[in-house]
Design a protein around this ligand. Sequence first.
Ligand code: 8YV
Length: 316
Amino acid sequence: MANKPDLLTVARLAPFLMQPLQGAFTVHERLHEEDAAAFERIAPAIRAICGSGESKVSAELIAKLPALEIISIMGVGYDGVDVAAAKARGVMVAHTPDVLNDDVADLALALMLNIARRIPQAEQYLRQGRWPGGPMPLARKMSGARLGIVGMGRIGQAIADRARAFGMSIAYTARSAKPALPYTFHATPRALAAASDFLVVITPGGAATRKLIDAEVLRALGPTGYLINVARGSVVDEAALIEALQQGTIAGAGLDVFENEPHVPEALRALDNVVLVPHIGSATTQTRHAMAARAFDNLQAHFAGQPLPSAVPECR
Ligand code: 8YV
């Protein structure tokens, strides 16, 4: 096909996204990282960027791409994109909300159950042949406990839906109260933590939420409280969390996201009161295919002159 628009990828994208991209675009795979000279030659022609939820699209990169029209992120989070810089240049930003709500909410509940019932440790106990020596120490009941949700957006609500089936009481904090929801609102993460057994973080990343969960919030959660993070590593002060876990300031943590992915501090990996998984919130075949399809649809709609299926709120 003649005149395929030039597209720069800024992440290692899945083959099921790369394939349609290569059909519709001239794709330059992470050229800005791989080959600076080649990137400089091709930069003036780039009309689209495609990346993942963790991708960085800085003002500096945007400034190098005078023909850029759209940034399509395969992910609901786009905190790595300088949206203000994109908007100032009239560049659209799109993401893939909704299609991953179920998976991320499922994982939040899985982490809660795993840390409370100590499933990974129990499995090791059995595998290591320790069962004949006696039963495991008792764990913590999750059903009926108090759940606090930091960020009551679409995924927060999907977590609450599931937690209701476990008979949990549900409270939340968000920028403002949502009177339509039957849950208790707390104005600050600290007040919410003080009233929670499980504190689940599912708020967008970025400057507005950086280190929102700090030493003070962890102290309020207390020695029988658990922290679950399925949002962004940046939302939690990781050094303060490690200290709180080491000292028993909180009971434990279930973490899908980290400050410096894919690197997880040795101090965190050495702890027994954590369940750690490598950012797998949306990582099922079904959901990643749906996200890829949406990321591609956003690009296609743009170049067909149609409204984007899911522009980010700032660009609507
Ligand atoms: C993925 C995510 O890590 O949607 C997000 O914001 O963090 C995840 O679903 C990733 O973006 C997949 O491309």
